[in-house]
Design a protein around this ligand. Structure first.
Ligand code: ADP
Ligand code: MG
Length: 471
């Protein structure tokens, strides 16, 4: 019901039924008129003949002719002749039908006593005429024979329309299925592209019809977009890459200068400051390169099955000393052996950024809980980093994922605003979703991974990952 083609097919079906009904009604009407006209002509001719006999030989002659006429068995013709007093003199009807009054055309029912033999009340029509001496003559005909003909036409119409409907319904279904399938191919390809496979293209049929032209245009558009994106990516990658070399040289020279400088003194402090600045710049270029790499998509990435628990444990171990220094309780709880298909180094970097933020933005004495558990949605695994720090207001959740975005209160803490941007790029690369929640107090970042390879690798991982706390 929800596809366009099915709706179009239904509208066509409705129009078809409507036209079939109209045609049937018109044919029915025309046939009825024609048959009535035929019946009237037949009855009129019969009456004219009888009147001629009457004029020739009076009532006696008429009675004699009527006897002849009514001797024909199973005739649909109806006659009745009554005396001026209303007595039936001749004919195959016992009396004038009820309700027949003055001269002219009448429609009546025979009540089964017609020449057609015993039966139900058959519809009939006739003409009434009062003769000059007061006798009354009714000539009529049973409509049964005429209606049989009409019924046959109606039946023929009904069957033709039924067959037509079946054929066009089947044709409609074929067309609808064909179009739906081709649109489905386009949809599937675009989904693949959205999921990061920028190289995918929509297949075309040899027909070169409008759907093929749509596919061709979309493919051209994709080609162009891919080219532009590759250009931008290469540019930022080149910049980040090429600036790192002179920066590393600069840092090396500063190290040299530091070793030449005396034990103490303002010069030494200045050089140390400059080295730290160079390190920050190098970090920044490193982060930019990682983001570009993650955004480059799957194609250039060697993918492996990555078990998240050991990666997470290594990251947490790295931050334990800082957390201890700030008296922050850092716990890890792993209840499922999450395995994702992806890039281990980028995943580790993203998780490290989340824990780094949690440690940085949680005041002394707070707590940080890192968990890996089955997601609420079936078939997903959630990696959650929750802290008890200042948190991020809900209206900033989208914005902080941008590059170089730092909220006002963070200016005093070291950082470059690229951490969450990298997390976002890595999450997208792995087909996962990033959700920020209020941990009241603090921030809870939930990464929702689809368990693509959970089933296959479950056994090996359970043994390796184990369960419970590590810290
Ligand atoms: N756990 C957190 N609690 C509070 N604020 C956070 C948290 N994580 C990130 N933020 C805010 O989001 C901004 C962007 O984070 P990020 O991209 O990692 O940059 P950086 O850590 O270098 O400042 C931070 O500057 C900070 O204002
Ligand atoms: Mg950060």
């Amino acid at each position: 019901m929800r596809t366009v083609t099915v709706r179009v097919a239904l509208v066509c079906l409705g129009l078809f039924v409507l036209s079939a009904l109209t045609v049937s009604a018109v044919v029915n009407r025309v046939t009825e008129d024609f048959l009535n006209q035929q019946a009237e002509e037949t009855v009129g001719a019969e009456l004219d003949g009888l009147l001629a006999h009457y004029r020739q030989g009076g009532v006696d002659k008429l009675v004699q002719v009527l006897r002849d006429r009514t001797s024909v068995p199973r005739s649909p013709d109806l006659f009745v002749l009554t005396s001026p007093q209303g007595m039936t003199i001749a004919g195959n009807l016992p009396r004038l039908p009820a309700g027949v009054g003055s001269d002219g055309w009448v429609a009546f029912r025979t009540a089964g006593e017609g020449a057609g033999g015993p039966g139900g009340r058959a519809p009939a029509m006739g003409v009434m005429r009062t003769l000059s001496d007061g006798h009354r003559l009714l000539v009529g005909t049973e409509l049964g024979q005429w209606q049989g003909f009409r019924n046959q036409i109606v039946r023929a119409l009904f069957w033709s329309f039924t067959v037509l409907l079946a054929i066009s319904g089947f044709g409609g279904w074929l067309v609808s299925r064909h179009v739906t399938r081709r649109l489905e191919v386009i949809n599937r390809t675009t989904r693949t592209i959205i999921d990061g496979h920028l190289h995918a293209r929509i297949p075309r049929s040899p027909n070169d019809d409008e759907l093929d032209r749509l596919a061709a245009n979309l493919n051209d558009m994709l080609e162009q977009i891919e080219g532009l994106m590759a250009g931008l990516r290469d540019l930022s990658e080149d910049i980040a890459h090429d600036l790192r070399t002179p920066l590393n040289r600069l840092r090396g020279q500063l190290e040299l200068a530091l070793s030449e400088a005396g034990e103490e003194g303002p010069v030494r402090d200045l050089i140390q400051e400059a080295i730290a600045e160079a390190d920050r710049l190098l970090d920044m270029f490193g982060a930019l390169l990682s983001i570009a790499k993650a955004q480059a998509g799957y194609q250039q990435m060697p993918l492996t099955d990555v078990a998240l628990p050991p990666v997470l444990r290594r990251v947490v171990e790295l931050y334990e000393p800082v957390a201890e220094e700030k008296h922050i309780a850092l716990t890890v709880r792993i209840t499922v052996p999450a395995v994702v298909r992806g890039h281990e180094q980028l995943l580790a970097q993203a998780l490290a950024n989340l824990v780094d933020n949690a440690v940085k933005y949680t005041p002394d004495g707070g707590r940080i809980d890192v968990t890996v558990a089955s997601g609420q949605e079936p078939g997903t695994t959630d990696v959650v980093v929750a802290d008890s720090g200042i948190g991020i207001p809900i209206e900033e959740h989208e914005r902080v994922l941008g590059r170089f975005i730092r909220l006002d209160w963070s200016r005093s803490t070291p950082g470059n605003g690229l951490g969450l941007a990298l997390v976002d790029a890595v999450v997208r690369l792995h087909g996962a979703r990033l959700v920020m929640e209020d941990n009241s107090p603090g921030l809870r970042v939930r990464l929702r991974f689809p368990n693509i390879s959970l089933q296959e690798t479950e056994h090996e991982c359970r043994a390796e990952a184990g369960e419970g706390d590590v810290s």
